[in-house]
Design a protein around this ligand. Structure first.
Ligand code: FAD
Length: 294
């Protein structure tokens, strides 16, 4: 069924300051629009009914990828998913984010959808949240009170809600460069390729010789927010992972499944999702080890 949009006021901003001031003056009744691929769908379904839409897509100061080879990458909130998919910097140095960008939606959606929008939508199934959790990313937020930085791990509060206040805008995602001998894998399971995931898993692992020096595992769509499977990570840390590591990998994958707490919904039953977590995490760890050894 073709649904129409409700009536709303529309303003296009040229600066962040202008957008924050407008958000402030509307006292929670205005909504920021980036690509609109989540927001406009919600408005058509009358799940969100803002009085005013504030288009930030034309603010040039928040659309960039800045790479410092010694340290980090800083990504402006407006970088599209297609840009992340095509970026040689992201492909080479932050591969799990690139892998997530490759499996998000369709080309049409990826051309509009932004990285910031994928986080601010605060869906438990956000494709990019998992890689950013695994990569220890931090977001920069601007509002009338100034600027603050929040680790992605503390950004999500509940489904559809983040720590953003009604007059704040997420402006940048900062990702530290993973140490040498790191490798990662992002896996998405969905019925059709274009669908939002039923389960996703991201694994970023660093080897010290044959041993697991560090590992970060994150899960999507199996809890109210994307989260890290810390018990699974602890099982792997310090363990030799080259050679016969099947049993420790299986133990970690089982722990990740036990840590997940999915619900039954139209996309999949909770038990099915728990089984998927086990399989995706095992596959993710094996892939991450192989990539770390390259
Ligand atoms: C066909 C289809 C397939 C899809 N497949 C996937 C998928 O596989 N995986 C997945 O994760 N998602 C998927 N999506 C959802 C969507 O495309 C992504 O979440 C996208 O990244 C959202 O970005 P956007 O720029 O379009 O956000 P918008 O729709 O513009 O905004 C989303 C929300 O974030 C807020 N917001 C946006 N930017 C900011 C900002 N800088 N500061 C503060 N608030 C902000 C908005 O107010 C709104 O509440 C799909 C959507 C469609 C239509």
């Amino acid at each position: 069924m073709l649904l129409s949009l409700p009536k709303f006021e529309y303003v296009s901003c040229n600066t962040i300051e202008e957008a924050c001031a407008l958000l402030s003056s509307h006292q929670g009744k205005a909504q920021v629009m980036a690509g609109g691929t989540d927001l406009l769908v919600k408005m058509k379904h009358r799940k969100v009914l803002p009085d005013c839409l504030i288009n930030i897509k034309r603010i040039p100061q928040i659309d960039y990828i800045r790479y410092d080879a010694l340290k980090e990458v800083r990504i402006g909130t407006l970088a599209t998913i297609q840009t992340l998919r095509n970026s040689p910097v992201i492909m080479k140095n932050f591969s799990i984010l690139n892998q997530a960008a490759k499996v998000l939606g369709t080309t049409h959606v990826r051309n509009l959808a932004t990285l910031g929008g994928n986080l601010c939508n605060a869906s438990p199934a956000s494709e990019c949240a998992g890689p950013l959790l695994a990569l220890s990313a931090t977001v920069k937020i601007m509002g009338p009170q100034g600027e603050r930085r929040v680790p992605v791990e503390e950004f999500f509060v509940q489904p559809g809600k983040s720590v953003l206040k009604h007059d704040e805008i997420l402006t940048e995602i900062q990702i530290p460069k993973p140490p040498p001998h790191s490798g990662g894998v992002h896996l998405k399971y969905s019925t059709r390729r274009v669908d939002v995931c039923i389960v996703s898993a991201s694994v970023l692992l660093t080897l010290d010789g044959p041993k697991c020096q560090d590992v970060r595992i994150s899960l999507g769509a199996v809890g109210p927010i994307p989260f890290r499977a810390k018990k699974a990570e602890n099982i792997l840390k310090g363990q030799p992972l080259v050679g016969d590591a099947e049993s420790v990998i299986a133990k970690a994958a089982q722990a990740a499944s036990d840590e997940s707490f999915p619900i039954d919904d139209f996309r999949g039953a909770a038990d099915f999702r728990k089984e998927l977590v086990k399989r995706l995490v095992a596959e993710g760890i094996q892939g991450a080890i192989a990539n770390a050894r390259l």
